[in-house]
Design a protein around this ligand. Structure first.
Ligand code: NAG
Ligand code: NAG
Length: 990
């Protein structure tokens, strides 16, 4: 969640600002770059090494050319080739092994490699060729290699009109544009995920799909800022332009898309297993005023009979947005524990957000600050580096520092203590790009004040305004009177009105808890505030200035409240005026500038070359917010161990993910941690899941949620992914939200989330949306073990649980660009409506047999687009893929715990050859180490015989109660009652 701030409408979103950077791109000198010449080529058992020397006069286009390089080529397996070009002194920064474990080199020495490395010595270039066919996959002869201290360029030529995918995180089309297209990788807080820009994570891998000629993937292990340019200006090419690091390339041969994904998983690690309950439905909203409101949402779901598995809370629960604290008035510990106990008793779960930025609050007994001093990022003079995040001025943990994991573990042990604290079941981490609202060079104190951070929390309430069924007595209405305070006050942009008084809800005369008023009817500022009944109280209005000061009224007002549930109001006029100089000043935002030299690095440890310009490299990547250091930490900061933020920026979210996973494990060593992060790097999926960030609520974002889902699950090995269903920010409507409620049910991670300042959109608020959600959740839950099995398969083999169309039909070129239909697990096609306000679904069916999920009707695909009219807003077209066997729970349930007590139904969808196969994985759903699991295989021979085989270690306590054989018509022939125990092999006539 990000940048929508302001207590009142007048303090609305500040315009983006751009540091004033003069690009120094200079293609003139790039054209004169001489490239390299290879010598001393030594062929090894499973690869080769060579020396590369600059082949002419240095061009020094964006730095200093390296005179000498070394090339290492390793055939790491028959499917994987590693090509590494680096400095002989091993000084240049490389992604640290502590963050990214290298895959083992299997030293494949057979001559059966799928890929072949070929090279030219002078000028040096190399190509990667598919051995069997001679197909050239990668060819750097397209342009000389440029290898400078702060700039690398490597270009490969490609065939015309290539089908390329990946290079995220982005919100562009799934199949990448191939002309005049730049993908920039530099992690940033990207509110509303604009197309064509760099977003939260970096995944420098692309898949190149060539139909029957095979699919391969290319991964550049490099965490520096980069532009990857794809163009056909001078022949089709793809070109890496990075501001540092080395050329560390992995090629995997496929040849099918699924195999390429599996082979990529061997490099970056397998996606992590999540708890079974993680596939339940999740609800969140930013802008919850207190614990009563959170409980009320839970109760409303229950009233609406929409299964809610997990309730979430955004930063609202914190005291002044300080991480690892509770707001004692609005989210007091006893009530939080009471609410969480209620959730747990009902087999529901609870999750809160944690940000990396810690409020800079020295001397205030703030443990998360006091205990972290050793672990926070420091400036070169040893002082704390400060930025601006939600609480105002903040500091940032340095995940490279060995003390930080201990610090982080300690915060989790205390704050999230199951006996005495907030007993969360899983974790949400945000703002970990890291996000900083200040641009480079801005003064954090000034910037925090100008934003009014932290804003005043909403007025305290004296209990819930309404009964909350299912919750304890503390959540039921208490005796209180309500006063609607209204005051006429003209203000300037950035100025706010507060009320302070002698009632607890007016702050007890303590300015810290003064209640803010809203300006929805400007110039009338108002708020409805709970007051103790039958009392007389003094109060006054204050003008809150953007610099953090207050102008107090001299008038002393009093008000007398009525009895329980009485309502009164005031019609006041303010007696103070705004200061004359009160133009809301925009502070000067200094342009990025060169800074002093940094401490020298040791040689030979791949930590980074000394004496670089870590703020303004000569090559300017296309960072959407200008300077590399804008809205994040300064890139000249040096982490513990000597790593420069300039090099490691893109790893911050990945490192926080790992530290947070470990802290969750430390707290509950036997349970699978479930952590959802915003910022990622290649390989982050082996530890955590990802939500797709702060999207919009408009129709286009519904479509984007699909392309991004395909990217993360199928290409980047982050299986547990999903968007903010119905959209985080912006306006939506019932039709869109109803469609999205259905669509989101076919993402591994399924959560409705909304930002403050827009109308809430919990599913129960609209009958249409509620109906869609009920139906979709029921289907999703029945399919839960099926998708959980697919997650298990991905976590062990790398076979993606979500597959784009071309993964399933690689030979059908019509599938290459399809981006709004996909396979959910191996056997179910999701074909959503893709036109706003339309009830017609149009999608492509390859030459294969499918079966309507709902009617069981046979649908013969003919390699053509089909149109389905009359798709209600409460439904989503789904089809079984011929050849699949899907194990569904016979009935849905209200929670995933109850679901596990339901029997199974097996649906057999015979393929064109009449046969079908499927799998079912069963375990206890939550243990890190499973004592006993079942891995069951189903096979149908097309002649009425179903065989059940595999391993049967887990006692599920349920049976398969019937089998549906599709294609036999709707009569009794299709539904065969059986009783198949899941305890051993079986043969069944169906
Ligand atoms: C390439 O894209 C840029 C930015 O999107 C645009 O300004 C420019 O006109 C495009 N050039 C061509 C040749 O299409
Ligand atoms: C990709 O190409 C399409 C069609 O040419 C264009 O509309 C779109 O803006 C391009 N996207 C980006 C991010 O360049």
């Amino acid at each position: 969640m990000t940048a929508s701030f302001g207590v009142a409408v007048l303090l609305a979103v500040l315009p983006a600002s751009f540091a004033n950077i003069v690009p120094r791109q200079d293609s003139g000198s790039l054209a004169s770059c001489p490239g390299y010449r290879a010598s001393d080529v030594e062929v090894t058992a499973s690869g080769l090494t060579a020396s590369l020397s600059l082949a002419g006069e240095a061009c020094n286009a964006y730095g200093t050319d390296l005179e000498e390089l070394i090339l290492t080529v390793e055939y790491q397996s028959d499917q994987r080739l590693h090509v590494k070009i680096q400095d002989p002194a091993n000084q240049i920064y490389q992604v640290p092994a502590s963050v990214f474990d290298r895959p083992p080199n299997g030293e494949s020495d057979s001559s059966g490699h799928d890929l072949e490395f070929k090279y030219e010595e002078d000028p040096f270039s190399f190509s990667v060729v598919r051995r069997e066919s001679g197909e050239v996959l990668f060819d750097t002869s397209a342009a000389p290699i440029v290898f400078e201290d702060q700039f690398l360029r490597l270009r490969t030529s490609l065939p015309e009109n290539p089908s390329l995918y990946g290079l995220g995180e982005h919100s562009d089309s799934f199949m990448l544009n191939t002309t005049n297209y730049t993908r920039t990788l530099w992690n940033r807080d990207a509110y509303r995920i604009p197309k064509g820009t760099n977003l939260y994570g970096s995944h420098p891998v692309y898949y190149d799909h060539r139909g029957d000629n095979g699919t391969h993937a290319v991964f550049l292990l490099n965490s520096n800022g980069m532009d990857v340019k794809i163009d056909n200006a001078d022949g089709q090419y793809l070109e890496y332009n990075t501001v540092g690091g080395i050329l560390d390339l992995y090629f995997v041969s496929g040849p099918t898309p699924v195999e390429a994904a599996q082979q990529y998983s061997e490099i970056v690690g397998k996606t992590v297993m999540m708890p079974y309950w993680g596939f339940g439905f999740h609800q969140c909203r930013y802008g919850m005023r207190d614990v009563y409101e959170v409980a009320e949402v839970v109760a409303n779901y229950s009233q609406a009979e929409i299964p809610l598995e997990t309730m979430w809370t955004d930063i609202d629960y914190m005291y002044l947005r300080w991480v690892f604290t509770l707001d004692p008035e609005r989210f007091p510990l006893e009530l939080m524990r009471d609410m969480i106990d209620t959730l747990h008793r009902n087999d529901q779960h609870y999750i809160v957000m944690v940000d990396p930025a810690v409020a800079h609050a020295p001397g205030q007994n703030y443990l998360a600050f006091d205990q972290g001093i050793d672990s926070f990022m420091k400036e070169s003079n040893g002082s704390l580096f400060k930025g601006v995040v939600w609480p105002g001025v903040t500091v940032f943990p340095d995940w490279f520092d060995p003390s930080t994991q201990v610090y982080w573990d300690d915060q989790f042990t205390t704050f999230f203590n199951a006996e005495t604290g907030v007993d969360i079941d899983a974790l949400w981490i945000d703002m970990c790009e890291p996000s900083n609202f200040a641009d480079y060079g801005e003064d954090p104190e000034v910037e925090a004040a100008s934003r009014g951070f932290p804003p005043k929390p909403p007025a305290i309430r004296l209990g819930s305004p309404r009964p909350i069924p299912g919750f304890s007595e503390s959540f039921q209405p208490q005796c209180r009177a309500v006063i609607n305070f209204n005051v006429n006050a003209t203000t300037f942009f950035g100025e706010n009105i507060l009320i302070l008084g002698s009632a607890i809800t007016l702050g007890n005369d303590n300015i810290v808890n003064a209640a803010p008023l809203g300006a929805n009817n400007y110039p009338i500022w108002s708020a409805s505030i709970d007051m103790p009944a039958n009392g007389t109280f003094t109060y006054q209005y204050l003008r809150a200035q953007p610099d953090g000061t207050f102008i107090y009224e001299s008038t002393n007002r009093t008000i007398t409240t009525g009895g329980c549930d009485s309502v009164g109001s005031t019609q006041d006029s303010i007696t103070t005026s705004s200061p004359p100089q009160s133009k809301f000043k925009r502070y000067n935002r200094p342009a990025a500038h060169n800074t002093a030299l940094h401490k020298r690095q040791d040689s030979g440890n791949a930590i980074g070359l000394p004496d670089r310009d870590l703020i303004n490299p000569a090559y300017t990547i296309n960072n959407d917010i200008g300077s590399l250091s804008n809205r994040t930490m300064d890139t000249d900061l040096i982490h513990s161990g000597g790593w420069a933020e300039y090099d490691t920026h893109n790893l911050y979210g990945a490192m926080m993910s790992e530290a947070s996973r470990l802290a969750m494990l430390n707290r509950r060593p036997n349970l699978r941690p479930m952590v959802i992060t915003r910022s990622t790097f290649a390989g982050t999926g082996r530890q955590v899941g990802h939500w797709l960030g702060d999207n919009g609520a408009e129709w286009d974002y519904y479509l984007t949620s699909i392309t991004q889902l395909l990217d993360f699950t199928a290409l980047y090995q982050m299986a547990y992914t999903g968007s903010d269903v119905c959209g985080f920010s912006g306006q939506t409507n019932d039709n869109t939200c109803a469609r999205w409620a259905s669509l989101g049910a076919f993402s591994p991670f399924y959560r409705n989330h909304r930002e403050v300042n827009y109308p809430p959109h919990e599913f129960y608020r609209s009958p249409l949306v509620a109906e869609s959600a009920r139906a979709a959740i029921a289907t999703r839950y029945r399919l839960l073990d099926y998708i959980y099995t697919a997650l298990h398969v991905q976590s062990t083999s790398g076979t993606p649980l979500i597959q784009p169309m071309f993964f399933a039909y690689p030979s059908d070129p019509a599938c290459n660009a399809l981006q709004h239909q996909y396979f959910y697990g191996p056997g179910l096609l999701v074909a959503p409506v893709t036109e706003e306000n339309s009830t017609t679904a149009s999608f492509y069916l390859p030459d294969d047999v499918f079966y309507d999920f709902y009617s069981h009707e046979v649908v013969r695909g003919e390699g053509a687009t089909v149109t389905v009219p009359d798709v209600p807003f409460t439904s989503i077209p789904l089809y079984y893929k011929g050849g699949s066997i899907v194990a569904l729970r016979a009935r849905s349930a209200n929670t995933t715990t109850a679901l596990r007590r339901e029997n199974f139904q097996l649906v057999i969808a015979p393929g064109l050859d009449g046969k079908a196969a499927g799998a079912l994985y069963l375990d206890d759903g939550e243990s890190l180490e499973q004592e006993a699991v079942s891995e069951i295989e189903f096979a149908y021979d097309g002649e009425g015989r179903l065989s059940v085989s595999g391993t049967f270690g887990f006692e599920a306590g349920v049976v398969i109660e019937d089998v549906v054989v599709l294609g036999r018509g709707a009569g009794p022939a299709s539904l065969v009652p059986v009783r198949v125990e899941l305890t051993g092999p079986a043969e069944v006539e169906v």
